[in-house]
Design a protein around this ligand. Structure first.
Ligand SMILES: Nc1ncnc2c1ncn2[C@@H]1O[C@H](COP(=O)(O)OP(=O)(O)OP(=O)(O)O)[C@@H](O)[C@H]1O
Ligand SMILES: [Mg+2]
Length: 574
């Protein structure tokens, strides 16, 4: 219930519209309430007393009432849908913002599809809950209250008798509601699983095809799909059972009316027309009760989605600016790592007591076996994660004391695999600095050795990139990433195995572009191929999260340790 109230906060900006909608709903359902009254007059006055004037009046009023009702009906659905859709758009935006700000650690632990499911399936569930249910809820609610009021007016004793069934209905709805909500949770979870699987197998379609695992993937999908079906059917069973249960209780109420009301008419306490009108109201009452119970079921299911959404919205954004964080001044380029220990999971240390110092403009290289912690160091400098112990300082500023944005704006990263967006080549490079002119973009592409191949593309710089840039070669994508970094013009550069995915030929071209990029910047280079780091000012050999050797290429060879071993392995065949 708490979360439902929180959802109401999103309705708050539209309270004015909401008020108007309620007025329209009341007017439209008020018109409905007039109809039994017509029946009463028809029986008691026109049929019993042969009152022609009344007949004329009734005929005219039917036409008028329906026109009136139509007008307000239009506005009620328009306004309520408007509010519902606005809320959905707002919630979706808030969620999107949340995911943009979520720390890296969140994305390490959650599948992309799961994240997408929140924005599609869960927000979708809110949409139907709000738009469809809100209209029905208020219409039926208004008819319900109006009918009861009319019934009291016609015969209060009979009304009280009818209302005996109300606690029973409420009790049934409570029991069902709880169960329906828990099935709703399962449905949303299963939907998230399906979305994850879908996202995973479509985005890894190359792997799937190369291993001829299409039927394996299809089977995997079938399993999840069927699980979702089962969860949905559990929900359907409950909601479908709720309606007949409530209907049965309503039938009991009608029986009571017929019996007691009939007795009153026979004894002349009540007029025949009044009883017919009363019964019409009572049947009118059964409809809203039945629909409200169905709405209630759907709301319970939507509650599950709402809970999921608010759980995500409440997740901490761990890497956050301190309240008194300053903007990092223009970076000169000295980096100090002081006794840094870091753990991703709080159990195993990925880095242990790492310390080193880098002067502005130096090129630093990290080598070492897989899993040693090289990428981890690279992740800590742009503060994708906070250090567990120790400190990292740039020009003497502790990273935790400066704003994340001002820090990352001054760091360029060329990752092992470049992700491109599905827009033009021009816009992809401009991603490095959004206010760059076309000329600046082209200049950056030139220094990244990318200009030539871009001009050879069908539409040059205006060529549309396919999803994730898959219609370009690895080397071409890498050079676009370098162009991006050139454009950003950061003082600190991180190259995490930027050339390791390339063949020797494109590696040479990319390396030349990288060498240009590194001039005058503090650079951290992670490389498996030692040939790319001979020129480094300092090489750190990392093993099991510790620095085990450091020095220049020449010094380390003379030392005759891990590095010289690596060197001998890589170059013995030459
Ligand atoms: N996001 C993560 N969450 C939890 N543990 C991680 C994460 N990333 C890396 N690790 C763990 O931290 C350790 C260091 O990983 P890291 O990626 O820094 O190695 P690396 O030296 O870059 O290896 P490689 O040469 O294979 O890229 C490994 O044991 C790895 O399993
Ligand atoms: Mg790595």
């Amino acid at each position: 219930m708490k979360n439902y109230k929180r959802l109401l906060i999103y309705i708050k900006p539209y309270l004015g519209t909401f008020g108007l909608a309620i007025i329209c709903i009341i007017c439209a359902s008020g018109a409905n309430l007039y109809l039994p009254w017509i029946i009463k007059d028809m029986i008691d006055k026109v049929l019993a007393e042969r009152d022609m004037a009344m007949l004329n009046f009734i005929s005219v009023s039917i036409v008028v009432v329906f026109a009136f009702r139509g007008f307000f009906y239009y506005w009620q659905s328009y306004l309520v849908s408007y509010i519902g859709q606005r809320v959905v758009v707002d919630v979706r935006e808030v969620m999107f913002k949340k995911f943009q700000r979520m720390p890296m650690a969140y994305f390490d632990k959650h599948q992309t599809g799961e994240t997408m499911s929140y924005l599609t399936n869960d927000v979708g569930a809110i949409q139907s809950a709000l738009v469809d249910n809100l209209i029905e809820m208020f219409t039926e609610g208004a008819i319900l209250i109006g009918s009861i009021a009319m019934m009291f007016y016609l015969d209060w004793k009979l009304t009280l008798l009818t209302l005996i069934t109300v606690p029973l209905v409420a009790w049934a709805m409570r029991i069902f509601g709880k169960k329906i909500k828990s099935t709703g949770t399962v449905i949303q979870e299963k939907l998230a699983d399906i979305t994850s699987l879908l996202q995973e197998s479509i985005s890894s379609i190359r792997v799937v095809k190369s291993f001829v695992r299409e039927s394996y993937e299809i089977d995997r999908f079938k399993v999840e799909n069927e699980l979702n079906f089962k969860a949905t059917m559990d929900n359907v069973r409950l909601t479908s059972l709720l309606t007949p249960t409530v209907e049965f209780l309503a039938a009991v109420a009608v029986t009571l009316i017929v019996w007691f009301g009939g007795y009153e008419v026979v004894n002349g306490i009540m007029s025949a027309g009044a009883l017919v009108a009363f019964l019409t109201y009572a049947v009118n009452l059964a409809n809203p009760v039945k629909r409200l119970s169905r709405i209630y079921g759907r709301l319970q299911k939507a509650m599950a989605a709402i809970d999921r959404i608010f759980t995500v919205l409440d997740l901490p954004e761990t890497v956050n600016d301190k309240p008194n964080a300053i903007d990092l001044p223009k970076v000169v380029g000295s980096v100090t790592v002081e006794n840094v220990t870091f753990s991703y999971d709080g159990i195993h240390n990925a880095l242990e007591n790492v310390s080193f110092e880098v002067k502005p403009g130096q090129m630093i290289a990290f080598v070492g076996p897989s899993g040693a912690g090289k990428s981890t160091i690279a992740n800590l400098i742009p503060r994708f994660y906070d250090v567990t112990e120790g400190a990292i300082k740039i020009d003497g500023n502790d990273l935790r004391d400066v704003t994340v944005n001002s820090l990352r704006e001054q760091i360029g990263i060329v990752p092992q695999e470049t992700l491109l967006f599905s827009t033009t080549v021009m816009e992809n490079i401009r991603y490095g600095r959004l206010d760059a002119t076309d000329e600046e973009v082209i200049a950056a592409a030139k220094s990244a050795n990318a200009d030539k191949f871009i001009r050879d593309l069908p539409e040059g710089y205006q060529t549309q990139i396919g999803e994730r840039g898959l219609n370009l070669s690895g080397g071409q994508r890498q050079r676009m990433a370098i162009a991006r970094a050139m454009l950003k013009n950061p003082q600190i550069l991180i190259l995490d195995e930027a050339t390791s995915a390339l063949d020797t030929e494109s590696e040479k071209i990319v390396q030349a572009a990288l060498d240009d990029l590194m001039v005058g910047r503090t650079s951290f280079v992670i490389a498996h191929r030692l040939s790319t780091i001979f020129a480094a000012d300092k090489i750190f050999v990392i093993d099991k999260g510790r620095i085990c050797e450091s020095g220049t290429h020449k010094e380390l060879l003379e030392l005759g340790g891990v590095y010289s071993n690596l060197y001998n392995i890589q170059f013995s065949s030459l």
